[in-house]
Design a protein around this ligand. Sequence first.
Ligand code: SAH
Length: 379
Amino acid sequence: MAEAIELLPAGLAAAEAGVRDRRQARPPRHLADLDPAGRRAAVAELGQPEYRADQLSRHYFGRLTDDPAGMTDLPADVRAALGAALLPPLLTAERELECDAGTTRKTLWRAFDGAFVESVLMRYPDRVTMCVSSQAGCGMACPFCATGQAGLTRNLSTAEIVAQVFAGARAMAAGAVPGGPGRVSNVVFMGMGEPLANYRSVLAAVRRITDPAPAGLGISQRSVTVSTVGLVPAIRKLAAEGLSVRLAVSLHAPDDKLRDELVPVNRRWKVAEVLDAAWQYAASTGRRVSIEYAMIRNVNDQAWRADLLASLLAGGLAHVNLIPLNPTPGSRWTASDPAVAAEFLDRIAARGVPVTVRDTRGTEIDGACGQLAAASAPG
Ligand code: SAH
């Protein structure tokens, strides 16, 4: 938490400190919070031989089982004790919504303290993407984003983040999603929250998601995208972790005047600083950075802004993702006119900057970009 506060602008830090005071209870500790050494230490504390940690890991990360009753390689009394200590239920599905013939599924989860978070599974012909939340609520206050309006409730724990991917992986393995059994191939941190404001838990979650089974879920680092408003010190720190996850930067405006309004954290870290950090990320990981740009009618979709954006990105290792704004209830903003959006795209492409319009899935279930961006990470 101390780390998160350092990275937040003053007003937001105060808001988060308030949250911290209210937050008496932390989510219960779970196997997925721990790295393999931590798991061995945890079972040893419970008076069990260390190899029990591997048995539990094989069940949870390998076979996607979290019901101790089915872990018949463990003695019955040990099953109950280890289950209670290391596999507590974290998230309960409160509601499930489907669209796209069942291939887009949004889940509303209730956490142990009543906090709500959402995740979305999107099955495409060539991949299955889980869009996960990293916080309950968000402190970044972007005015076009539904999550931003309600403020931050709390950070999710590592295991609460992993649990969202686990649930999707299990649904896929069980053949619960039309198209037959399969695997989750991609994870995007584009649900509720600012992942880099919950740095430690998110980083550990990335490791749990990408470590090969049974240490983790075995999803490729290259298929994981961390999306940020542009918390510069945290981007620089992430660049030094030696990971190959994709970074997405929610830019939404190429000029500070407008970005100060659309992404308030810009008052602390300006467009030039954010892009500098993005270039450092690209240089140290070799990965193209995604520049997210929600197209808002008559707000950020002018031709001159397309030209300015293209000139900032030309020659850089970047890809622009244009997202038709998903209007939030009560918002004065709406999506750009399609012809205007098409010209915006053409102007960027004309400068040789790779640009695509993001496939927005699940608009009908409020699972499209908004609190929950139905994102397809570019290839
Ligand atoms: N806090 C992180 C990740 C969560 S939001 C971030 O801002 O990047 C995921 C993406 O959805 C971001 O690019 C965000 O700006 C975008 N988004 C939020 N509200 C939206 C809306 N109403 N319409 C379109 N995109 C939206």
